[in-house]
Design a binder for this molecule. Structure first.
Ligand SMILES: [Zn+2]
Length: 325
């Protein structure tokens, strides 16, 4: 996981800061210079901060705009009153998180350790904890708990990125992609939705060979949603149902990108060798290339006919060179 952290940190080349604690179990930040370090020291920071149990940041730390907390598996409490904290990146076990009434956090990147319910945690805990968030990225490893209906809403959320990772295997087939409608419902201002599904096998029930009728969730409109990108689209019945639900209920939808290959989680770009001028596309297991062709059939059979003329549909096939069978 350290390499993943380094990758993220390398992407932050601007002059930003990361908090680390120095061999203390409970840290109340006393001086900015004492406890803030430049990101180039990240390898040492990972080691030191793993001992942290409680992190408290006072209101007068006005210069703090970015907080990254990685691999602090002992951490139980994060209490920040920093008034200008804009971006928060977290990876670890779920802490008790308090950002204060005057929180201005607009961007949140949240990854919980492998507990199988990160999406559930995000939808139940974060709306009240980070009410100002406008861009939310949630990464989940082996999500197996269907996303519940939320009591609170993300009233300011405009861009939602959900990354479901199978950790080198299939995503748990019990997970119902259609349950992600709860997240759309909880985000009435949402304009962009990016779903990435990264798995090396597909074990969900396919839309082909499943005789049960397509499910519909009635009475749920997503009026602001204009752009949807599904990266790693597969033929899972609940994935097709989710896509159909969006097409039927996102009344302002302008763009739908369906990428049948998971090609990395870097936002809303599609990665192919001929687009990026690279020698090769990202390697994909043969079974997922076969699944991609099945997914293309699912698009033809169930999606294309539901796309209104006002929606621009982009369907990305496997690369004819790199993903040839
Ligand atoms: Zn290629």
């Amino acid at each position: 996981m350290l390499s993943l952290n380094r990758l993220m940190l390398k992407q932050e080349r601007r002059r930003r800061w990361r908090i680390q604690a120095r061999n203390q179990n409970s840290t109340e930040v006393p001086k900015e210079k004492d406890l803030l370090c430049q990101e180039e020291d990240h390898s040492e920071g990972d080691k030191i901060s793993s001992e942290l149990i409680s992190l408290k940041i006072p209101f007068w730390l006005e210069g703090l705009s970015l907080l990254c907390v990685f691999n602090c598996n002992m951490l139980q409490v994060i209490d920040s009153k920093a008034p200008n904290l804009h971006t928060f990146k977290f990876f670890g076990n779920p802490p008790h998180l308090t950002l204060g009434e005057s929180s201005q956090v607009k961007s949140l990147n949240f990854r919980l350790s492998n507990n199988g319910s990160s999406i559930t945690y995000a939808i139940t805990k974060l709306p009240s904890t980070v009410p100002t968030v406008e861009t939310l990225r949630v990464t989940s490893f082996n999500e197996r708990v269907n996303t519940p209906v939320a009591a609170d809403k993300f009233l300011n959320l405009k861009c939602l990125q959900i990354h479901l990772a199978g950790y080198g295997a299939a995503l748990p087939p019990s997970y119902d992609y259609l349950s992600l409608v709860s997240f759309l419902d909880a985000s009435p201002a949402l304009e962009t939705f990016i779903l990435s599904v990264d798995q090396d096998k597909m074990k969900h029930d396919s839309v082909f060979g499943n005789a049960s009728p397509m499910r519909q969730i009635l009475g749920h409109k997503h009026d602001r949603l204009r752009k949807v990108h599904i990266n790693g689209f597969c033929s899972a019945k609940s994935m097709v149902e989710l896509t159909c639900h969006i097409l039927e209920n996102a009344t302002s939808l302008e763009s739908l990108i369906v990428n049948t290959i998971y090609d990395g989680f870097t936002g809303d770009d599609v990665h192919r060798c001929f687009l990026q001028k690279r020698s090769h596309c990202m390697p994909v297991p043969r079974c997922m290339i076969l699944e991609a062709h099945k997914a293309l059939r699912a698009v033809s059979s169930f999606i294309v006919g539901r796309v209104s003329p006002t929606i621009k549909l982009n369907v990305w096939e496997p690369c004819s060179r790199c993903h040839a069978i």
